[in-house]
Design a protein around this ligand. Structure first.
Ligand SMILES: O=C(O)CCC(=O)C(=O)O
Ligand SMILES: [Fe+2]
Ligand SMILES: [Zn+2]
Ligand SMILES: [Zn+2]
Length: 504
């Protein structure tokens, strides 16, 4: 027995109810066809008998270059006219066509739940330079009866929604973790491509199956694996998206992928400087996951900036302004759904609430990033490379700390020789300092208390970072400097070393 998906037939269902019941809880639903009945696409792209209106499509968009997936493996390109005239082979599937980039979004409108979308519904969406994703994630799919999409989870842990303009789709779907039942060592994804070959595993995977009828919209939550079959000639519109409610899942996903990338690169870590290595990790993460840590933070900054105008704050009775806590607190759900009952548009109340929620959530990510910087600095471990160039002095200081620690643990100054991003002059200076300190340390076996503390002034404004350097010396003295005066810092460091370790 397979399970069913919740059907939302009532078009007056408040969008805040969808947010709380499905967004907050990462659960799928199917929205009734009334939700798309006013879409131009449903009228213009479809013949009265429900088949695709190929003549209209050719006339309106025929010369567009479209991507087609052949045999489920190779992407090729062709014109829409060419594709439609040969349509019929289930092995040729028009997928991931960035229709909206070329022709806009006038053929459909979005339920407020789907329009809280940091990827596709923001002012940076169409600005390739500014957009942390580099592109939008809005697509049109056209597939003949029998075409299908292999078992997969969507890119970067995003949500997707998929609306049938015409035709019907059969869906197989399962909650996160259940895909493990379908692991396979013989595919690139690490999972089987066609779960229909393993019906004996359906029950164990708690499989959900359902038919999506013309006009219906499926909400696919983050990390829910799925497989999709076109039962008739089908056209669908689909977005991959993120918002405040799945951002923490995206962040967890990036952390995990980052770990994988680091492990994969661990063999060649010595061929790079620390900073080069960090850059490599970010580049590979971006190529592989289509997002990386610095782009994720950039997204948070963009959202924060654009939500900063909210006027009346929503204040939760239990959590005050820490709205992110409401997401995992079912006790807060009734007070959220009682804000308003808007279903197809925003009133001032729900619009203020959602902006406030988004602001709270992205601010938390930005703050947790600052605490990462703090940890890195105080422990002299990895420095994230997502700080602007004007923080270069800070990087240099931490690099000095790291070098010193590395030299200390190996009891040798080799690391300074290897450090490519330290100038010759600095190397000489550093070597002198470190040699002295090492000589002292090896005789006493005492740990050298090199300790760089970065005190972050106002954690709300990353740009206003004014770190203070705090150096505790073995004598118990503490030296404190403003990071701006780095030259002064080095001079004082040298003096301090001389005080501790006088030369004859
Ligand atoms: O319709 C399809 O073939 C695939 C749709 C899909 O995977 C999605 O919407 O996430
Ligand atoms: Fe998908
Ligand atoms: Zn709350
Ligand atoms: Zn409202």
């Amino acid at each position: 027995m397979t399970k069913e998906i919740p059907h939302i037939q009532d078009q007056s269902t408040p969008w805040l109810k969808l947010l709380v019941e499905f967004g907050f809880q990462n659960q799928p639903f199917l929205l009734g066809s009334q939700s798309t009945s006013s879409w131009l696409a449903r009228r213009e792209w479809v013949l009265p008998d429900g088949r695709p209106n190929k003549e209209y499509l050719k006339k309106s968009y025929g010369n567009a270059i479209v991507p087609i997936l052949v045999n489920g493996t190779n992407y090729e390109s062709t014109t829409l006219t060419e594709f439609l005239e040969n349509m019929g082979d289930p092995k040729v599937y028009l997928k991931d066509w960035h229709f909206q980039n070329e022709f806009g979004t006038s053929m459909y409108t979005l339920n407020p739940f789907f329009s809280r979308d940091f990827v596709n519904c923001e002012k940076w969406t169409t600005n390739k330079e500014e957009n942390p994703f580099g592109d939008d994630y809005r697509f049109v799919y056209i597939g003949a009866a029998g075409s299908w999409t292999k078992f997969h989870a969507d890119v970067v842990c995003s949500y997707s929604w998929s609306a049938n303009i015409c035709g019907r789709k059969k869906w197989f779907m399962m909650s996160p973790g259940s895909e493990e039942v379908f692991k396979s060592s013989s595919t690139d994804s690490g999972y089987v491509e066609d779960i229909r070959e393993y019906p004996e595993l359906f029950e164990q995977a708690n499989l959900i199956t359902f038919i999506q009828e013309p006009g219906e919209i499926v909400f696919v939550p983050s990390n829910w694996w799925h497989q999709v079959h076109n039962l008739e000639d089908t056209i669908s519109i689909n977005h991959n998206w993120m918002n405040s409610t799945n951002l923490s899942l995206v962040r967890d996903f990036l952390n995990k992928r980052e770990e994988d990338v680091r492990n994969e690169l661990s063999d060649c870590v010595d061929s790079f400087t620390k900073e080069e290595f960090e850059e490599k990790v970010e580049d590979i993460l971006y190529a592989d996951a289509r997002l990386n840590k610095s782009k994720f933070l950039k997204l948070c900054e963009l959202v924060k900036e654009s939500r900063a105008d909210k006027n009346d704050d929503y204040v939760c009775e239990s959590h005050g302004l820490e709205l992110w806590k409401c997401i995992s607190s079912p006790d807060c759900y009734p007070s959220i759904t009682s804000i308003c009952s808007c279903s197809t548009s925003f009133c001032e109340k729900c619009s203020n609430f959602i902006k406030q929620l988004e602001y709270s959530i992205v601010s938390r990510f930005l703050e947790s990033q600052l605490s990462t910087l703090y940890d890195c600095a105080t422990t002299s471990t990895r420095l994230p490379n997502d700080f602007a160039d004007d923080e270069k002095d800070l990087k240099t200081i931490i690099r000095y700390g790291e070098l010193f620690k590395a030299c200390h643990s190996s009891n040798s100054i080799d690391y300074i020789q290897k450090a490519e991003d330290v100038t010759e002059e600095e190397k000489v200076e550093l070597k002198k300092t470190v040699t002295q300190k090492l000589a002292n340390a090896s005789s006493s076996e005492d740990e050298i208390p090199w300790n760089v503390n970065i005190v972050i002034g106002n954690s709300h404004v990353a740009k206003s970072l004014r770190p203070i350097i705090d150096i505790k010396m073995p004598t118990g003295e503490t030296f404190e400097f403003d990071i701006d005066s780095f030259a002064q810092f080095r001079q004082q460091l040298a003096q301090t070393v001389l005080v501790v370790n006088p030369q004859e």
